[in-house]
Structure formats: C-alpha cells, structure tokens
Write a protein that binds this ligand. Structure first.
Ligand SMILES: *Cc1c(COP(=O)(O)O)cnc(C)c1O
Length: 496
C-alpha cells in the first residue's frame, strides 16, 4: 500500500496513487515499505533483458498490478518501435572507470521517454482496475522536454486525450518543432502567450476547479497529470539503475556485489531519487553524485543543510535543469528522516512561505552517506563537451556534460556511471559552440546546424530529430492566458 509523505491520506494501492498523481491536500505517494532485493535475486537476474528487469522491478513497485498487467505495459513501452537500441539503455565506456548510460534512445531523444513511454499504459490499466468509465484527459504544462515525451507516450492510447500547453516563443525552436509536428488522433498542442509559470498555474487551477471538473465530466472525461511527482513516472526510472548495474556485471567490468557510483544531472530530483530508491531496495551503490548547473540550490543544500530558493533564476545551456524548487526532494527527506510527516509539512510550508528551510546537522550527516553534490557553470560545461570530444570522439549533450564533470570532480577510482539524459543533437547550438569556441555558428537554422554537426563528428542525428521538417507542422492554437480553460473545453468537445 502507499502512504503520503505528509501522513495526510488513507493508504491506497499503486493504481490509485497513479490515477491521483499526488495527494490532494499536498504530499507525495510512496510505498509503505520498499521491496527488498538480495544478492541471490541480483544473481538470478544477471542475464535478463531490459524488459525482464522491468517486469521484475515494476512488479514489486506496483503492488496491485498483476504480473500479466505489468508484462503487458512493459511490452507496449519498450520494443523495437519505441527504442532504437536492443539494450534500451546501453552503457558506453567513456574513460577508465567512467561509463555513460545512454537514456536517450526513445522517441523524443531525452530520458523522459523511459517513464513516459510506459506511464500511459500504467494509467490506462489503473483506470480499468478502478472501474473508472471516463476517458482520461492529461493536461501538461511544459518548458520543453516533458511536453514532447508525454505527447509521444500518450498519442493514440485508447481512452486518453492529451493537451500540452507551452509558452509561446518560450521554448527552443527544436523543442517547439518536436511538439507541433506530433501526429495522433488524441493529441493537442497549445501555445500560450505567457511564460512557463503562467501555463503551470493555469493547469493546476483547472485540476482544482469543481465547475470545470463537472463540465468535462458531462463530456465523459476526467483529468489526470503526467508530471514527475506521479509514481507512475518515477517507478519506471528505478529499472534502468538495475539494468546499468547488471550490464556492468554481465560485461565483466565488476563482480556482483561491488559498489559503484552514479552521477545524475539533476533538476526536479526525480531521476536521482529513482536511483536512490534502487539503492534502498538493495542495489550495491556507494554514492549518488547530484550534478547541478548554475541553479545550484541542491549543491548548497547538501553542503550546508539549508535549502534556499531565494536566488536569481539562471537561464543556462542545460535548460531542463533550470529549476529552483525540486519537488521530489520531499520523498527523499521523508524516507531519510525517519518518515516524519509532520516535519516534512513544516519544511514544505516554510519553503512555500519564505522560500527556504533547514534540516538538522544529524540529517545533514546522514545525507552525506548517500549523496555528493557538485555544480558546474556553462563555461565549464562547454569545456567538458569540447575536451571529451577531443579525447574520445564521444559527443555529450549539455546536461550529460554536467554529470561527467561532477563524476570527474569527486576524485574517486570507483566505477561511476553517468546518466546521459539527452541526445546532443537536441541542444545543437550549445554543443556546436562548445566544439568551436572561437567561431560563430555555421548557420542560424537549427536543422542545418544538426546536419553540419553530424557531418563533422561523424555521429548520426537522432531519428526523432532527423525526421523533423517545417512542412510537418500541424495546426495548433495560439491563445491568450485567459483562454486556457475555454481551449480545454473546446478541444474536448471537438474530440467527442
Ligand atoms: C528533465 C531533465 C533533467 C532533470 O531530471 P530530474 O528528474 O528533473 O532531476 C535532466 N536532463 C534532461 C535532458 C532532462 O530533460
């Protein structure tokens, strides 16, 4: 069963936690007890495929799903159509003791596909298990990567509609092109004249608006969310930590039981939390390296015990990590601090009211057993991309480069796996300028730049990006902020 990080809800099963997304009164769902994996269990799964590991791990993390239901979701999510590598998340050796876990082989070239390819199926299964007769409407506010990954995951999934709101002129050209060229009979993309926060606020208001809920109910729909606080998005990410470890064992790089480190480019603390959950379940990991860009609120937190979001928001070349309030930290603190929901509530209220909170020295020391936090500015990020390419001819994206820098900085001989969270072509302008710090870009056009970079580095353009063309743009709405609600109703009426 699942409990809340603020001890403010009745216990529910996984399917209900997934349908609800988060606890309505605030708080995030967590399993009452994390399942445990022994040495013998790991030994028994060493030769497993990614799909087999996913069935094993998700079977434990989704308490009321039957083995058949899990297997069905896994088969639909991870196959030759969705991922272009047999291993799904292959490991690449970068330097002695440093490996890259390529998490970008899915349909949108970012690691979010690992979660968002399966989450729609988990949600549909959850709806069926709870005998809900309505179609589900997923509302997503995005600043870039999540929108496209959610669109690809939900497109043509029966019983669902997905509507994505992004800030008009507020995402990269590549990200916009990816979203507005999505096909599927249940997808809608809306550009909102406002910024990301405006989109996010409007979406959250709709979730809590009783009139709106009643109105879409009459049309036969109910709302849900696909953001990273949903257990249906977090649990699938635990799988690739097991997969990475077992690949190292299989390839003879480590012996079963040896401890390794993971370096994770971090924003909302979802990806690194999934890894830490794997460790708590029994995966032999020594340290997680929490790698941040110039928005280094987490680095300061893990070094001082004070979380202080009162600082300028920096726009960096690793935009998917530009975030000052990391939602999933709440889950880590709850589990690490003796499951004290009262204290979590105090901290989260303080964060909301004055933008900061502080933990005890005792907790600070315990956190240091798991996590080392390191940050990296844009200049250093570019230097890492440049130098690694010179040394190894491997092309890093800007987010992954932050992770590589952090792994190199801790000065340890232990084997470290760096999560590669995006394909380099997705952030082509920054990667190109990292390789050629002295020159101006060869083209203004991102699609042209991609071709140039592919030729120069002899690295193929990711299929998700290679297929993009201006002519594939589908009609989409561009609206004022005040029209978000009516846009939702109009879209749903049209779709009925
Ligand atoms: C979302 C994202 C991140 C941050 O992941 P979190 O789970 O939010 O910590 C890092 N890199 C890329 C490319 C992303 O899209």
């Amino acid at each position: 069963m699942f409990i809340s990080t603020r001890d403010n809800t009745n216990k529910v099963h996984a399917s209900e936690a997934i349908m609800r997304g988060m606890v309505p009164e605030g708080g995030l769902f967590l399993p009452e007890a994390l399942p445990q994996v022994t040495f013998d269990d790991l030994a028994a799964h060493t030769e497993d495929s990614y799909q087999e590991i996913a069935c094993w791990i998700l079977g434990m993390l989704l308490d009321d799903f039957t083995p058949n239901e899990v297997a069905d979701c896994v088969a639909k999510a991870y196959n030759e159509q969705t991922f272009d590598h047999e291993a799904v998340t292959p490991l690449v050796k970068l330097t002695e003791n440093r490996y890259i876990l390529e998490l970008w082989h899915g349909p949108t070239a970012a690691f979010k596909d690992l979660a968002l390819q399966i989450m729609p199926h988990l949600l549909v299964t959850s709806v069926r298990k709870n005998a809900c007769e309505k179609d589900i409407v997923i509302l997503v506010a995005t600043s870039g990567d999540t929108g496209k990954a959610a669109l690809e995951g939900f497109k043509n999934v029966k019983g669902t509609q997905i509507i994505v709101f992004y800030p008009h002129e507020g995402v990269s050209r590549m990200q916009e092109l990816q979203m507005v060229t999505t096909d599927g009979n249940n997808t809608s993309v809306v550009a909102v004249k406002g910024n990301f926060d405006d989109c996010q606020r409007a979406v959250k208001e709709i979730f809590a608006d009783q009139d709106m809920i009643a109105e879409v109910d009459k049309l036969g729909y109910q709302f849900s969310s696909a953001n990273s606080i949903n257990w249906g998005r977090l649990s699938p990410q635990v799988v690739y930590y097991f997969s990475a470890y077992l690949q190292l064992v299989r390839h003879g790089r480590i012996k079963l039981g040896d401890k390794i480190d993971f370096s994770v480019p971090t924003g909302n603390f979802g990806n690194i939390l999934a890894g830490w959950i794997a460790k708590e379940m029994g995966l032999p990991v020594e340290k997680f390296i929490c790698a941040s860009n110039e928005n280094n609120v987490l680095t300061d937190f893990f070094n001082s015990g004070t979380y202080d979001s009162n600082r300028p928001f920096m726009r960096t070349i690793s935009p998917s990590m530009d975030i000052l309030v990391s939602s999933n930290l709440e889950r880590y603190l709850y589990l690490k601090n003796g499951r004290n929901g009262e204290e979590i509530k105090e901290w989260m209220d303080a964060l909301k009211e004055k933008g900061s909170f502080a933990v005890s020295d005792a907790l600070l020391q315990q956190m240091a057993e798991d996590i080392v936090a390191i940050d990296c500015d844009d200049k250093t990020t570019k230097k890492v991309i440049h130098d690694i390419y010179e040394e190894t001819h491997y092309l890093l994206d800007t987010h992954t480069a932050v992770g590589v820098y952090a792994a190199q900085s801790i000065g340890s001989e232990r084997i470290a796996v760096v999560d590669a969270t995006a394909n380099p072509f997705k952030f082509v302008e920054a990667v190109q300028s990292a390789l050629h710090p002295e020159e101006t870009a060869s083209s203004e056009d991102a699609l042209e730049l991609m071709k140039d970079l592919a030729k120069e580095t002899n690295t193929p353009v990711h299929r998700a990006l290679a297929a993009l063309t201006q002519s594939g743009v589908r009609p989409h709405r561009i609206i004022e902020q005040n029209d978000i609600r009516s846009a939702v109703v109009n879209i749903l009426q049209e779709k009925r």
